[in-house]
Write a protein of this length. Structure first.
Length: 184
């Protein structure tokens, strides 16, 4: 019996230490980019159909990467969307925004992803605090995990120019990241 338990543990422990791979569920994930004007309104640019992956090692997120196409950005106003695509995000030249973690560390407030965030062709280091919910086991036996974050970036750092003669636009953009990942 001891031998059987030893063999079982010998086979089980390495699989528990290996990374489990997940993919981002693009239909249930989005990235919002919010900015504030002097009219006290927040404009939200919504990016859907997110692609990417994550890894879970020993029950913790160990890698995260995502990419969002700018061609499908939406504010609910087609004229504004076209202006943002052409003049602000320059989608003819830059097709997407993306983030790739270099490492994920624990903190007193939960995990933080440290990596490279790219928008408008400018890549900068970014620390993204993560809130993780789940896992939930689906009927097909796969796991679903929620990952969310709110992080501020500087428009100036990424050379994002929003021209509106009637309003003063804040330099701070807020990224609202809402991802669902599914085990492969």
């Amino acid at each position: 019996m001891k031998r059987l338990i030893s063999i079982f543990l010998f086979l089980l422990i390495p699989t528990m230490l290996l990374a489990q791979n997940y993919k981002i569920d693009g239909d249930n994930s989005y990235i919002g980019i919010k900015y504030k004007s002097n009219t006290l309104n927040h404009l939200v640019v919504r990016l859907a159909n997110i692609k990417g992956k994550a890894s879970i090692t020993r029950g913790k997120i160990s890698k995260l990467g995502f990419k969002a196409s700018l061609k499908n950005l939406s504010t609910g106003n087609e004229d504004r969307d076209e202006y943002l695509k052409e003049s602000v995000f320059k989608t003819k030249k830059y097709k997407s925004i993306h983030f790739e973690s270099m490492r994920i560390e624990g903190s007193p407030n939960g995990p933080v992803a440290k990596g490279l965030f790219t928008i408008n062709g400018k890549s900068k280091g970014l620390i993204i605090p993560l809130t993780v919910t789940g896992p939930v086991t689906q009927e097909n036996g796969k796991y679903r995990i929620g990952i969310s974050s709110t992080v501020e970036i500087s428009r100036e750092s990424y050379q994002i120019v929003i021209v509106n003669e009637d309003e003063k636009i804040s330099d701070t953009l807020v990224l609202d990241i809402q991802l669902q990942i599914i085990s492969k």
